[in-house]
Design a protein around this ligand. Sequence first.
Ligand SMILES: NC(=O)c1ccc[n+]([C@@H]2O[C@H](COP(=O)([O-])OP(=O)(O)OC[C@H]3O[C@@H](n4cnc5c(N)ncnc54)[C@H](O)[C@@H]3O)[C@@H](O)[C@H]2O)c1
Length: 273
Amino acid sequence: MANDFRFQDGVAVITGAASGIGTGLARKALSLNMRVVLADIQAEALNAFAKTLTGEVLAVPTDVSDPAAVEALAQRAWDTYGGVDLLFNNAGVMATGFIWEIEPERWQRSFGVNVFGILNGIRSFVPRMLKAGTPAHIVNTSSIGGFLPSPMMAPYSTTKFAVVGLTESLHGEMQILQAPIGVSLLAPGPVKTGIFDDPFGATVPPAAQQLVDILRTMLATQGLTPDEFAERVFTGINRGEFWLIPQPESLDALLRQRVENILAGRNPELPQL
Ligand SMILES: NC(=O)c1ccc[n+]([C@@H]2O[C@H](COP(=O)([O-])OP(=O)(O)OC[C@H]3O[C@@H](n4cnc5c(N)ncnc54)[C@H](O)[C@@H]3O)[C@@H](O)[C@H]2O)c1
């Protein structure tokens, strides 16, 4: 894919770009000679990361849960580069614990970042892309957890399920309009990132500690690096894949089992980790 990426030399916007998957996407976009707009709520980490990069980079500290901030991000991208070809709605947060013990503020933050963050991206970027009328692509990040719900991380499960529905709707609406805007639902499996280190300093409740320890170990031992992961993501975008599932081995068998259980009316079983 080295020299035939559809949006080679174009402009990419990446939210949640100060850490993890966002950093891999940024490096990959720059390697394709794209100009890159990086957004993250962690301003210091974002600016520090931007300094490590070579190429045309604009860092815009942004809280994606704030519609005005995302609108300002879009305006900044258009003012600076005249358009956006590729939008990664990538920012996301994890929250664990028993449903009834997780503070309402954490529930709200989960929906604010994981769902409204993406909605804000759609609201600010899609009208501008439609007006431009040129080919563009939007990647919304869910998770394999958006297909396979898990106890002890309900804010994550519910928001990532919502992202699947939101993104399929967006794809359908682009088809209705016959717009030149492609859409992908990105569902990562394990990637070595800081997803279990809450950027707002929230700690893991004791009831969820064992699960989080297992998942942290899974990321460390089985996870792709952000750069390996980004390589697969860009290949999928180039192929125009809606279902962007770079690690199907983490999803397929379990999803098939889930759907068969639902169709057969079998009650859910506890996920085996
Ligand atoms: N790492 C995995 O194994 C994995 C698996 C499935 C899905 N994902 C998803 O991939 C995406 C990227 O996560 P990651 O694994 O790189 O985690 P990460 O924690 O390393 O990076 C997420 C980034 O999002 C930023 N962020 C959080 N709230 C924000 C806000 N309000 N506004 C702007 N930025 C904000 C954080 O500051 C952080 O830099 C997330 O949506 C996550 O749910 C990750």
